[in-house]
Design a protein around this ligand. Structure first.
Ligand code: FE2
Ligand code: FE2
Length: 263
């Protein structure tokens, strides 16, 4: 698909101010464009090997849980959005996550429908999950812990989709999961950059980040109870999880745990 670079509406205008490419929202918008893909046109829906997909029912069950988690973004990010309304970069990162998270949900649900997985995901099920959760906006002091939770959930999602892709036999799903894993890497980076900017401005947030990391729970637990994340003992996922925190705080998570845990 060829895309026009022309500004919609006619002649290209000369901007007086050069685009600040270091601006966080500019970088993340550009990365989103570069990694962009279409649920409609870039997934080979007609090429799905239904019998092969059905030969791995445990994979399909995990996809179903993942689709429900992705469908929960409007609640989990909806609570965050008003609390970061004064931060243009943050609202952009959250908006991109909402859109791309919706694409993940849409693609997974459609895949499950195509292969005839049961039980079918219904809109009522999605609404019931949302109704059972609080939709209250976060208080200001909850923002950084919630951004850390968002970052680490996305980080683990990238590992999870990549690992799952490695054991999926059906090629269309394998390709889809790899694409989604790459999206999650960007999403984790977006949240990381937001937390890093806040920590840079206020080093008193370091213990807040460490506490949020050490008491981490995936946001998807609110949607499905048990989240199919990176496999237990996925050493690579856990190491890189800890490295992210170290880069943010200048303190090793393991050292922090040693000094805070009893015994
Ligand atoms: Fe996602
Ligand atoms: Fe995501």
């Amino acid at each position: 698909m060829k895309r026009s670079r022309q500004v919609p509406g006619g002649r290209r205008r000369h901007s007086r101010r050069p685009l600040d490419r270091q601006r966080l929202y500019v970088r993340h918008s550009a990365a989103s464009d570069a990694g962009g893909w279409s649920v409609e046109y870039d997934v080979d829906w007609d090429g799905i090997d239904v019998a092969l997909a059905r030969s791995q029912p445990e994979v399909l069950a995990q996809l179903r849980a993942s689709a429900l988690i992705e469908s929960f973004h409007p609640v989990h990010l909806g609570r965050l959005l008003p609390a970061v309304a004064d931060d243009v970069d943050a609202t952009t990162v959250v908006a991109l996550e909402m859109y791309e998270g919706f694409k993940h949900f849409h693609a997974l649900r459609r895949y499950l429908d195509v292969v005839g997985h049961l039980p079918v995901i219904t809109d009522q099920e999605l609404v019931d999950i949302r109704r059972s959760a609080s939709c209250e906006a976060l208080a200001p002091d909850e923002v950084v812990p919630r951004l850390v939770r968002f970052m680490l959930s996305e980080h683990l999602a990238s590992h999870y989709f990549r690992r799952l892709a490695a054991r999926v036999r059906e090629p269309v799903l394998r390709a889809l999961l790899r694409t989604m894993a790459a999206d999650e890497v960007r999403h984790a980076q977006g949240a990381f950059d937001l937390v890093a900017a806040r920590v840079h401005k206020d080093s008193a947030l370091v213990p807040v980040v460490l506490l949020a990391a050490s008491s981490f729970r995936h946001f998807g637990e609110e949607a499905v109870g048990e989240v199919p994340v990176a496999e237990a003992g996925d050493a690579q996922a856990i190491r890189s999880f800890a490295r992210r925190i170290e880069r943010l705080c200048g303190v090793r998570l393991v050292d922090h745990l040693r000094t805070t845990l009893p015994g």
